[in-house]
Ligand binder design. Structure first.
Ligand SMILES: [Zn+2]
Length: 128
């Protein structure tokens, strides 16, 4: 059984990866309880570059908090999302591997509309 979800599980404020992993696990456990699933096979999350969450630290935190839960054998898959958006001055569409962007890479304008990079979402949950 494969779930396609889009559940926001972080707040915009910087949080330690462990508390984010615990939040994530709470959502997963609740979902399993409600639907009557016993085991989580895999969890796929989307983590934006600007979300203040380090993917490595997040994976590590999840490995720790998943013990003795329905997700204890779950694979944890992180889909990293680069920071990106559109420049409101020149219309340039930009994407960067940096965690922040200050000015348009093509015209230098500061009027940027960031449309991706802050994600912290569960996108898939494989359960049994
Ligand atoms: Zn521009």
């Amino acid at each position: 059984m494969l779930y396609a979800l889009c559940v926001f599980f972080g707040s915009g404020a910087p949080m330690h990866e462990v508390s984010i992993a615990l939040n994530l696990l709470d959502i997963i456990e609740k979902k399993c309880r409600e639907e009557g699933y016993q085991k989580v096979e895999s969890v796929k999350v989307r983590v934006g570059k600007a979300s203040s969450v380090q993917p490595e630290a997040f994976s590590f935190a999840f490995e720790i908090v998943k013990k003795d839960t329905r997700a204890q054998n779950a694979r944890f898959i992180i889909d990293p999302i680069p920071l990106g958006g559109t420049c409101l001055a020149c219309g340039n569409r930009f994407e960067t591997e940096e965690a922040y962007i200050l000015e348009c890479p093509s015209c230098g304008s500061l009027r940027l509309q960031v449309t991706q990079g802050y994600e912290l979402e569960i996108v898939e949950l494989e359960v049994e």
